[in-house]
Design a protein around this ligand. Structure first.
Ligand code: ZN
Length: 185
């Protein structure tokens, strides 16, 4: 008797175990079919590798800098190298989805000798001027607007004299990560 009682649930498990994989096996088959169909169209998404756009593009006349910023508080580069005296066109695109009030991003290029941390800290109380303190506005060589997700801005400026310059996002707290060097040679 004892053996039979123990065996019953065991058989029940086998029965259930046997039927479940049968159901599941149909699902992967169906999924495989739906996956197989888009594979034929795969060449379409392939030619759109936006991240592969070079950060700096020099066409001989204008040096274009393609910057992106995302919802993870990251610029796509921490170092930009350009030549002195060149005309620079900088495109900043916020590739995230969060609004500017929560995850605002801008590009602000600082004059040499400016304390990045002090500049950033002073701007916290200046939301109306994109978190750039009026008292420090003269330290700005170039800046974009403060952007929210999906927005972009383009600015033009003349590359400053040879040297290394700090750039940052002035949104409160961001410059700890969102900063980099513009190296002019
Ligand atoms: Zn930011």
């Amino acid at each position: 008797m004892k053996i039979q009682l123990l065996a019953l649930p065991f058989l029940f498990l086998i029965a259930c175990g046997g039927s479940e994989p049968a159901k599941e096996s149909k699902k992967p088959a169906a999924a495989a079919k739906t996956e197989a169909a888009p594979k034929k169209e795969a060449p379409a998404p392939k030619p759109a590798p936006e991240p592969e756009t070079p950060v700096v593009v020099d066409d001989g006349t204008v040096v274009t800098i393609n910057l992106t910023a995302n919802d993870a508080m990251q610029f796509n580069t921490a170092e930009i190298k350009i030549a002195a005296g060149r005309t620079v066109k900088l495109n900043l695109k916020h590739v995230g989805k969060m609004p500017a009030e929560m995850m605002g991003h801008n590009f602000v290029l600082l004059a040499q000798g400016t304390d990045l941390n002090a500049f950033s800290a002073a701007g916290v109380t200046a939301p109306k001027s994109d978190y750039i303190a009026k008292a420090m506005a003269d330290k700005v060589i170039a800046k974009t607007k403060l952007l929210g997700g999906g927005q972009s801005d383009s600015i033009e400026f003349k590359a400053p004299a040879a040297g290394t310059y700090d750039f940052l996002c002035t949104f409160p707290g961001h410059s700890a990560i969102m900063k980099g060097k513009l190296i002019v040679s």
